[in-house]
Design a protein around this ligand. Structure first.
Ligand SMILES: [Fe+2]
Length: 191
């Protein structure tokens, strides 16, 4: 008998013979197998709307992560060292952020998208074609950082409307990070 069933039997004060009876096992299900309904003070349609927005933010974050990592690998030219290191800092932060966004979607009661197919269907980030020059990589990443900013900003109003402070905090942090990254990347192109 699995540890789980042993625990459930103790909690329900049933004997081994009770557990062996199919009907008795079925009757245990509401106690042992049904998760409680989510009741965090935000109605299901509002949670769904916020989770959908966070799903788009996750798709953008993951796609920008992959693009930035790609450019870390493939950048060339006199700025190699600067860009190689800067891109690594950015993709590492984005990778960690993707986990936080996905887990917020789960806490709101919905599955987190986790396939390239789903990400490509909803992301607003364009995939690179071929291997761009170093300058073109910077331009593409400025565009990408700002695209994530726009997606993140669109989640603020629905989250604030229902006092979803954890989502507001997460999205605010994402806005700060991506706006700062866009500024730093853009500064590389200013003379
Ligand atoms: Fe590396």
């Amino acid at each position: 008998m699995s540890q789980f069933l042993q625990t459930q039997r103790r909690e329900c004060h049933l004997s081994s013979s009770d557990m062996a009876t199919p009907n008795r096992r079925t009757a245990l299900q509401p106690v042992s197998h049904s998760a409680p309904r989510i009741d965090i003070g935000i109605k299901e349609p509002d949670r769904r709307k916020i989770a959908t927005g966070l799903g788009r933010l996750l798709a953008d974050t993951y796609t920008l992560y992959l693009k930035t990592h790609n450019f870390h690998w493939n950048v060339t030219g006199p700025m190699f060292q600067t860009l190689h290191v800067m891109f690594e800092e950015q993709y590492t932060e984005q990778w960690q952020a993707a986990d936080l966004i996905a887990e917020r979607i789960r806490a709101l009661g919905f599955p987190a998208p986790g396939t390239f197919k789903e990400f490509l269907a909803t992301t607003s980030i364009k995939e690179p074609e071929g291997t761009p020059s170093a300058e073109e990589m910077i331009r593409e990443l400025v565009d990408g950082q700002e695209a994530v900013v726009r997606t993140a900003r669109s989640i603020l109003a629905p989250a604030e409307k229902v006092d979803d402070q954890p989502t507001v905090d997460l999205v605010t942090q994402r806005l700060q990070t991506h706006e700062k990254a866009a500024w730093m990347l853009r500064s590389l192109l200013q003379t």
